[in-house]
Write a protein that binds this ligand. Sequence first.
Ligand code: DHB
Ligand code: MG
Length: 221
Amino acid sequence: MQQMWTDIDTYIDSHLIPEDPILTQTLKHTEERGFPDHLAVAPNQGMLLQMLIQMNKCKRVLELGTFAAYSTMWLARALPEDGYILTIEGRDTHAALGQENIDRANLAQTIELKCGRAADILRSLPDDTEAFDFIFIDADKQSYPEYLELSLKLSHSGTIIVLDNVIRAGEILNPENHKPSIEGIRDMFRAMQNHPRLLSSTALQTIGSKGHDGFAIAIVK
Ligand code: DHB
Ligand code: MG
């Protein structure tokens, strides 16, 4: 089935996702530097993130897990001139690559990349940090419950939170799988269930060029 899923994503992309030299250059540079592309969002998912930002006229965006900054660029494209993205990456090698891609795309004015453990960086933000309008959680899955709580502290009523990779080819249902990443996702689902600070939440499975996975989405009350 994987080949068909990939072919259909190619079909969707060729019809609905316009070529963008900046995004193409970012993927090419990432590959040239020897990094795998499976961590990056699929183009049609990048477009969905962009559209969520546009629909809600978001200006301040927080991203946890930059990797090559490919998703960050999708987020940036949706922002007005005075938009701002804080993106946090835990691995030095990924942060260096992400910063290179941001600089090459001339987006350093809009995108601030911080390198370090996301939870530590979020806790060390000044008390008067303005809340974010859109939050994309895509870092280590083990820490998703913690990232959700920290994100809520930096949210206002109406903030949208998207959490990537919450299905993992169905491994969340495999009773034998106790990997910290999978347990982290299960704990996230439990935390989102009837969460007092969330207005509504759902999750969608996705199949496509990145296999079988999915994302969760929530609106802050
Ligand atoms: C992995 C992480 C991601 O954020 C993703 O989108 C795909 C895969 C991973 O850790 O394997
Ligand atoms: Mg991801």
